[in-house]
Design a binder for this molecule. Structure first.
Ligand SMILES: Nc1nc2c(c(=O)[nH]1)N[C@@H](CN(C=O)c1ccc(C(=O)N[C@@H](CCC(=O)O)C(=O)O)cc1)CN2
Length: 299
């Protein structure tokens, strides 16, 4: 068997197109323009690229983008003051602080200072609680993107066995909650899980979000399973000296021979993260104005 490749770039383009259509309608019918504020503290090179891409994509779908770039030595008090200002700005419907933050800033404190309704990352403790109790919440963008691709591929996820490898607050745990909500039987596996290979082999769906390059090889995967690879790991290029290569948490070449469907890295889950951020900003704007939510763009 050779797996179907789930093209995240194409899927994300579709999500952005749907968001753009809704934005036009919101403007015409309600005189509203959704606004997204992104806060970047410091000069982490990868974060700078992600923030630039977020700005470009936000503008492309017709939303307002408010970018705040702060120096690496910004004090917690100054950052909290900015968030406070964004919390009460009626033109801002979504706020996020690009992670990781510099070490002197308390990530939890900063995230929890964003009002939950504008927390488009879905990391605020209230949104975590709402998601885990099956209530309406803002949902983290990467798991939301994975869910959209899984629903598209399978139709219904009900009754499927899903193994989420990785227990991070940003991906593993919310992914498990979302799959459970769609009536999957969910297991979260991690570094201490016994017989992890056999567990993965029994899964209809594997979501790999462990942060270890190419850990999940073809022999961990059951024939025909769907494999969603969340990993983004830069490793030394095996053939080109001095060059690097981006790989996932799944060993693609062996996995593709066994899986039924698989997301590549790059070009799989990654592009969905920003597309879902736009979708969540639209959702936040609709909710805060008492309008019905865009169909197919939320969990
Ligand atoms: N506040 C947040 N911080 C971070 C998040 C997040 O969701 N919210 N996620 C990541 C970074 N991230 C978005 O912020 C992100 C990561 C990767 C991609 C992406 O498109 N990746 C490409 C490859 C890119 C490359 O060549 O390096 C792919 O997988 O195809 C988009 C967004 C951490 N911080």
């Amino acid at each position: 068997m050779t797996a179907k490749i789930i093209d995240g770039k194409e899927f994300a383009a579709g999500v952005r197109a749907k968001v753009a259509e809704h934005v036009v309608r919101l403007k015409e019918e309600n005189g509203l323009v959704p606004g997204l504020a992104v806060v970047l503290v410091g000069e982490d090179p990868a974060s700078q690229v992600y923030v630039k891409n977020k700005h470009r994509s936000t503008v492309e779908v017709g939303m307002n983008s408010f970018e705040h770039r702060l120096p690496a030595d910004t004090s917690e008090a100054d950052l909290l003051a900015l968030i406070d200002q964004l919390n009460t700005d009626p033109t801002v419907h979504g706020i996020l602080c690009q992670l990781p933050l510099p070490a002197h800033l308390d990530e939890e404190l900063v995230i929890n200072s964003i009002v939950p309704e504008k927390d488009v990352d879905g990391f605020h403790i209230s949104n975590v609680g709402l998601l885990n109790t099956g209530q309406k919440s803002m949902v983290p963008c990467t798991p939301l993107g994975c869910l959209m691709m899984l629903r598209d591929h399978h139709g219904s996820l009900s009754g499927l066995n899903a193994v989420v490898v990785g227990r991070s607050n940003i991906v593993g745990k919310p992914m498990a909650s979302l799959l459970l909500r769609d009536s999957c039987t969910v297991t979260i596996a991690h570094s201490r899980t016994k017989n992890i290979e056999a567990l993965c082999r029994s899964a209809d769906i594997i979501v790999a979000a462990v942060g270890r390059p190419e850990m999940i090889t073809g022999d961990w995967i059951g024939e025909g399973a769907t494999v969603i690879d969340v990993g983004i790991n830069r490793i030394d290029h095996p053939e080109k000296e001095g060059k690097t290569k981006l790989v996932g948490d799944v060993h693609f070449d062996s996995a593709v021979k066994v899986a039924g469907a698989i997301t590549p890295v790059p070009g799989g889950v990654g592009p969905m993260t920003i597309a879902c951020l736009l979708a969540s900003t639209l959702t936040a704007c609709c909710r805060s104005n008492g309008l019905s939510e865009p169909e197919g763009l939320t969990a």
